[in-house]
Design a protein around this ligand. Structure first.
Ligand SMILES: CC(C)(COP(=O)(O)OP(=O)(O)OC[C@H]1O[C@@H](n2cnc3c(N)ncnc32)[C@H](O)[C@@H]1OP(=O)(O)O)[C@@H](O)C(=O)NCCC(=O)NCCS
Length: 269
């Protein structure tokens, strides 16, 4: 790589300072991740005059064909709007393309900091959204009230591979897979958004009653909203979810592989 360098353990403090220049909570969370085993893997730093001023990287979800998520991407607040973020992302995207990456996704919040001096400064993720879209990312889905009441999550996707553009809706044969829930938990970084953990090793698909039991559990824990998603080629998932009151809330196209999307469902309590 030309500008980015692989992040090493002794870069952690410098990287955390970059994130801290924007958000202390994010910095704490990122620090814990970097300090765990393999926490700096696939992360990169950008140095300017010897000092770390930027960080970016990616993660690779299991069970997908060359799909990646953009990880912590920050430029120190003293150095923003000078082209460093664009330079980092162009190089990272190029790197993923060279290693046969197929899709790159990223999540952004639409949080507005009400304490900021003006509306533009308050829209702290607006620059990120602008930058991603200018690099070719397309908005795939928006989840209202995701992080908190009034704060949405926006997911964007970029096709990395040169093979035909988004095959958005090719028909992939449905599969009979036994899907069962195994837990109910609050989603990290959210205030009151829950999901159900699941595995696909069962004999049959969960029933409407199973969904209702999960929802009652969330209600007991005072959850606000439930988000869940499944591969679009799994048979018999949609019916019990919709019967229990979930709504389809969009999909990440070609997430698992071309033609197999990540179909999202939402239930507002
Ligand atoms: C997003 C971030 C990494 C961009 O880094 P950067 O070095 O400032 O990026 P660049 O200077 O290359 O580009 C910034 C672009 O945003 C634009 N921009 C700046 N403020 C903006 C705003 N309030 N609304 C819309 N666009 C804005 C700039 O004009 C520039 O676009 P251009 O190149 O088309 O003129 C940096 O702003 C940052 O660390 N933000 C906080 C953390 C964050 O949001 N991370 C992403 C979380 S998913």
């Amino acid at each position: 790589m030309k500008y980015l360098e692989e992040m090493q353990e002794n870069d952690i403090d410098g990287v955390v300072a970059v994130i801290e220049s924007h958000d202390e909570d994010d910095a704490d969370e990122a620090a814990a991740g970097f300090r765990s085993i393999g926490g700096c893997m696939d992360m990169y730093v950008l140095r300017h005059e010897g000092k770390i001023i930027g960080v970016t990287g990616f993660s690779t979800p299991p069970g997908c064909d060359q799909t990646h998520w953009l990880s912590w991407t920050y430029v120190h607040d003293d150095y923003t709007n000078q082209g460093f973020g664009r330079k980092m992302l162009i190089e990272l995207i190029d790197h993923l393309k060279k290693q046969q990456g197929r899709m790159l996704f990223v999540k952004v919040s639409d949080y507005i900091d009400e304490d900021a001096d003006n509306e533009e400064d308050g829209a702290i993720y607006a620059a990120a959204l602008h930058l991603y879209q200018s690099l070719g990312f397309k908005i795939e889905l928006t989840h209202p009230d995701y992080y908190d009441e009034g704060e949405s999550q926006i997911c964007l996707g970029l096709r990395l591979s040169d093979t035909p553009a988004m095959i958005a809706d090719i028909d992939i044969a449905k599969e009979d897979v036994g899907v069962q829930f195994n837990s109910v938990f609050e989603i990290a970084e959210t205030d009151g958004a829950y999901t159900f953990g699941w595995d696909d090793e069962g004999e049959q698909v969960f029933s409407q009653e199973d969904v209702t039991i999960g929802l009652d559990n969330v209600r007991e824990q005072k959850g606000r909203i439930v988000f869940i998603s499944f591969p679009s080629n799994y048979n018999g998932i949609k019916e019990p979810l919709l019967a229990a009151g979930f709504k389809e809330s969009g999909k990440l196209h070609n997430y698992y592989e071309d033609g197999i999307h990540d179909q999202h469902y939402t239930y507002k309590l």
